[in-house]
Ligand binder design. Structure first.
Ligand code: SAM
Length: 284
């Protein structure tokens, strides 16, 4: 069956599937988008692909043709049955029935690399939107041996994640993503590309994990703590936010500190780059 819409409807009918809103189930039915995701992930036979939330298996099918191995992590039992039946003939297919946030990805990647056949690990997913941020943060912060993360997510979240620190559209999470990865927008995806249609527009983004650190603060956790505190009250100046959140002893300490770094004392957090936050954190 070639037509992706027909195929999706056929599988949903056969297994009596009603998409679960609470599990963020919006199944992709746009062939061009599927091709674009797979293409920009640059998958080879030396790659392990971890697919989060494979659902009915639309992306999975294409990933299995290209990757050395595909490990799918899916929470919904109903999808597990479908995926098992659909892909039982592929010997590079593995399925984990669990919440992705509970899976030890580090161990998973290590085990696959030990086989010698796998050189790189890549994440490819049309993510469940209700847990986009925790998933992305887990992938970035757990120091996984990953090359890239290609994901479809809600447009507004995508714009925030791939913004450049110091420019428009930033939040604390922008700095985290920028610290760990080089990000790019792949394409915008209209609501009509899914069954059922989500209420929001989507975007595919690719995060390529940095091999070299872009800043080297004395204490990375401290730097991120400063950034989070700075962005808690976005309309305030940096000094007011840091003072209100207990990072500074008092405003005078902040004024003094910014002076030594040649930064205007009325600066707002979103005007600062990650290098400046690293310097502020080092001086605190
Ligand atoms: N990949 C499919 C596609 O593109 O058509 C389905 C994508 S759908 C947006 C998200 C998928 O994530 C659903 O299959 C859902 O059951 C699954 N999911 C939801 N929460 C999950 C979790 N915590 N861990 C793993 N999978 C989850």
């Amino acid at each position: 069956m070639n037509n992706i819409i027909e195929e999706t409807k056929f599988i949903m009918k056969k297994y009596n599937i009603k998409a679960s809103k609470s599990l963020g189930q919006n199944f992709l039915i746009n062939e061009e988008v599927v091709n674009k995701i797979v293409e920009c992930s640059e998958i080879t036979k030396e790659d392990l692909v971890i697919e989060i939330g494979p659902g009915l298996g639309t992306l999975t099918k294409e990933l299995l043709e290209r990757a050395g191995k595909v490990i799918c992590i899916e929470l919904d039992n109903k999808m597990i049955q479908i995926l098992k039946e659909r892909f039982s003939l592929y010997n590079n297919f593995e399925l984990i029935n669990n919440d992705v946030l509970k899976v030890d990805l580090q161990k998973l990647i290590k085990n696959e690399k030990q086989t010698g056949k796998i050189k790189n690990a890549k994440v490819v997913a049309n993510l469940p939107y209700y847990i986009t941020t925790p998933i992305i943060m887990k992938l970035l912060e757990n120091k996984l041996d990953l090359n890239s993360i290609t994901v479809m997510i809600q447009r507004e979240v995508a714009d925030r994640l791939i913004a450049i620190p110091g420019k428009k559209n930033t939040g604390a999470i922008t700095y985290s993503v920028y610290y760990y990865a080089n990000s790019e927008e792949i394409l915008e995806v209209p609501n009509s590309s899914f069954i059922p249609e989500p209420e929001v527009t989507s975007k595919v983004i690719k995060l390529t994990i940095r091999k070299e650190k872009i800043v080297n603060p004395i204490d990375v956790n401290k730097m991120f703590n400063v950034i989070k505190s700075a962005f808690m009250q976005k309309r305030k100046t940096l000094i007011n936010s840091l003072n209100n959140n207990g990072i500074l002893k008092n405003k005078e300490q902040g004024i003094e500190l910014l002076k030594t770094l040649n930064i205007n004392e009325n600066v707002r957090p979103e005007e600062l780059g990650i290098e400046e936050f690293a310097k502020i954190s080092d001086k605190l």
